[in-house]
Write a new protein. Structure first.
Lengths: 339, 287
């Protein structure tokens, strides 16, 4: 069979970007080599690679079909687990704790995954089936054993990717996933301190949140944020019965060694559990600081507008998430402290 | 169209020159006469070279032409706000004035540079020569001796007093004066023009086997792109080019490997390509 690529030539290369060129989906590859995903976010690791002059000058661009071939030759690791979240809710802490075990790889908020999931905004004709194939290929190209020691592969998605949960579930029906959420006011205070891409109308396609430009830009910012966050939470809630696990920020960090590892099918030794717990002692996004719950501080800084928007849009779904989480725990305890 | 033709021809000439790291021009200037000019310069008129980090011992100079006309201005800047003019010291140096009239090309800086006995200049490259503007540096040794070792791109260049040399000093070079006497060169920066071109080995038949005619040259960015594609299908070459994370040595490596395989681009071309790649990377999310 004719191949677009010589398999050897992509050994050690990683998709850094999914993009469109003249209406055609393309992949931008960067040489990763034996680099480990140590930084909190995918983009930081890629950025580190791109600081090398070779990598800067020798990126290579291929049509998406090359991903398919690569997927056939080098399928990579099967994903062990997915992390979804409402943003500012501790998901980075979860991913850092998982990544503390050297044989685990966590790809966090990878732009090529997000762009693949959003491909239909560039090409409205695109079928879900096609997008599912692209997603599988993209994930497999990211899930390579870069260093040879990798055994478990996790993906932490961007917060808004939660809206694509049904499609992601179709692409990977057997992969367990968690949704991390947090008290609405605390999330909103954090967002208003420094807003994420999904919290500013127009940064992401308007259609992503089912709003047109007029609606999105005419809403007060607090209402816009609360509505978007509520949408994300609702999708997670709706599908939580399908291989999902709800995790409240308040359960962090102990819930990771106590039950999430087992939930993802990992059987960890005591020393590995210690490593995971130790990772929680560092601030996830800024490892020089230790992780400390800042709920109280956040609530004190909430404005009236935040309180009102949260009460109107977010608390109802938050309460439902809480109820679902507790009901789920009552029926199927993942962990009993005595064991 | 005419302009672009001249431009591509110049690029071709420059590229030929770049492939020649050194070339002795057909001149001989009596070092004894130049020495009498040197005698007109007082010891306190020599100023330390601005590249303080590069040398050990004593490396000094006097400007005969400089940006702004200051004899203490050794920096041969290429985009000077002040134009290059004679300094008062040139008036005292009749032999240098005479030599300069021989050079029928625009002159930039003209300096005496002295590497004192027992001093050395560590490996470095001169980035002040804007090759894109066709600027060349010529060396005329005035006092030197066999114990002065001048290495250019790891090859020793044996320059004798009175000779006139074109040197591609954008390549790594270092100099050791292991002798007991000072080594002094007259260093002339000038612009490439028809006259100078006629003196340089642009003639394919005589000096270089592989020089192509002007029309056969693809532009340097095209050559670099062809080389890039070749690298992407050559794992060994990739591995070699990945050996360094340092931008300067990477460029050196890239140009060297390119030349080895017959791709003609310069360090400046590679530098431009890297800049463009960086910009493209930063702007990758802009549709």
């Amino acid at each position: 069979m004719d191949r677009l690529i010589d398999a050897d030539l992509l050994e050690g290369w990683i998709p850094a970007r999914f993009y469109w060129r003249e209406g055609k989906p393309m992949v931008d590859w960067c040489y990763l080599g034996r680099e480990r995903f140590e930084a909190a976010f995918f983009e930081q690791t890629i950025g580190k690679c791109m600081a090398q002059p070779f990598n800067l000058l020798f990126r290579q661009q291929t049509p998406i079909e090359v991903l398919k071939e690569w997927h056939e030759v080098r399928p990579g690791l099967k994903p062990t687990g997915f992390i979804f979240h409402m943003s500012r809710s501790g998901s980075t802490l979860v991913s850092r704790m998982l990544a503390a075990i050297p044989t685990n790889v966590v790809i966090s908020e990878a732009a090529p995954i997000d762009a693949t999931l959003r491909a239909q905004f560039k090409s409205p004709e695109l079928s879900d089936d096609r997008r599912i194939s692209w997603l599988r290929w993209m994930v497999s190209a990211l899930a390579q054993r870069w260093r040879g020691e990798e055994q478990h592969f996790f993906i932490k998605f961007d917060a808004w990717n939660t809206l694509e949960l049904p499609l992601i579930r179709r692409a990977f029906p057997e992969v367990p996933w968690v949704f991390v959420y947090r008290d609405p006011v605390e999330v909103m205070v954090s967002q208003f301190n420094q807003r994420g891409a999904h919290m500013i109308p127009g940064v992401l396609p308007f259609g992503l949140f089912g709003m047109d430009m007029e609606t999105a830009t005419s809403l007060p910012p607090e209402e816009y944020c609360a509505k978007v966050l509520a949408m994300i939470c609702k999708v997670a809630l709706q599908h939580s019965g399908e291989g999902g696990r709800l995790v409240n920020y308040r359960q962090l960090p102990e819930v990771v060694p106590e039950s999430l590892l087992k939930f993802f099918g990992l059987h960890c030794s005591d020393s590995e559990l210690e490593t995971v717990r130790a990772a929680a002692k560092r601030d996830a996004k800024n490892p020089v600081f230790t992780f400390q719950s800042d709920s109280q501080k956040k609530r004190e800084r909430a404005t009236n507008a935040i309180h009102e928007a949260a009460a109107k849009w977010l608390y109802p779904v938050y309460e439902e998430l809480e109820a679902a989480r507790q009901a789920h725990r009552a029926i199927q305890p993942q962990y009993s402290p005595g064991q | 169209m005419n302009d672009s033709h001249i431009n591509s021809r110049d690029i071709a000439i420059k590229r030929q020159l770049k492939m020649i790291s050194s070339f002795k021009l057909p001149f001989y200037f009596d070092p004894g006469l130049l020495q009498s000019d040197l005698d007109q310069i007082g010891p306190d008129e020599w100023v330390a070279h601005f590249n303080q980090d590069y040398f050990e011992g004593e490396w000094t100079g006097v400007a005969l032409r400089s940006s702004g006309g200051d004899p203490r201005q050794l920096y041969s800047q290429t985009k000077a706000e002040n134009s290059f003019t004679d300094t008062p010291i040139l008036e005292r140096c009749p032999r240098v004035r005479e030599i300069l009239t021989i050079f029928q090309c625009p002159l930039l800086s003209v300096r005496f540079l002295k590497l004192a006995a027992g001093s050395l200049i560590r490996e470095h490259r001169d980035y002040d020569l804007g090759f894109e503007e066709c600027q060349l540096r010529l060396h005329i040794p005035v006092t030197t001796n066999p114990d002065v070792q001048f290495f250019l791109d790891a090859h020793r260049i044996d320059m004798r007093a009175g000779e006139c040399w074109y040197l591609d000093l954008g390549l790594p070079h270092w100099i050791e004066n292991r002798s007991a006497t000072d080594r002094i060169h007259l260093v002339i920066d000038c612009e490439l023009n028809e006259w100078l071109r006629g003196l340089l080995p642009a003639d394919a038949s005589s000096k270089r086997e592989s020089i192509k005619s002007d029309t056969e040259y693809s532009s340097a960015p095209e050559e670099l792109e062809r080389f890039r594609q070749a690298v992407l299908s050559d794992l060994k070459l990739q591995e070699r080019l990945r050996e360094t994370a340092d931008r300067e040595s990477f460029i050196r490596l890239l140009v060297g490997e390119g030349q080895r395989l017959g791709y003609c681009f310069t360090g400046a071309d590679a530098d431009n390509a890297l800049r463009a790649a960086q910009q493209a990377w930063f702007e990758r999310w802009i549709d």
